[in-house]
Design a protein. Sequence first.
Length: 95
Amino acid sequence: MVNIKFAVNRAKSYLMEFFPEKKDSIRLEETELDENGGFWKVTMSFLEKEDKEPVLKSPFSTMFEPQIATDYRVYKSLKVRAEDGEVLSMTIWKA
């Protein structure tokens, strides 16, 4: 059985294969061994930019209006087999 550090490293490597540009913002959120001890559930997140372009009313509008953060975190839940550390799935994390 692989330990939690190994499972997290495998999950992070797997996540970076699909989102290499996010490697600097990847963060571990939670880990859990399932009831039967067969799988690690590893939840990770990374920063994503808002898709919308900001609308400026005038060149001076940014001087008087507060700046709104356009980054948000995307959460992914990865299922890692405890026996050998193979990542079996990656899904959108839901609370």
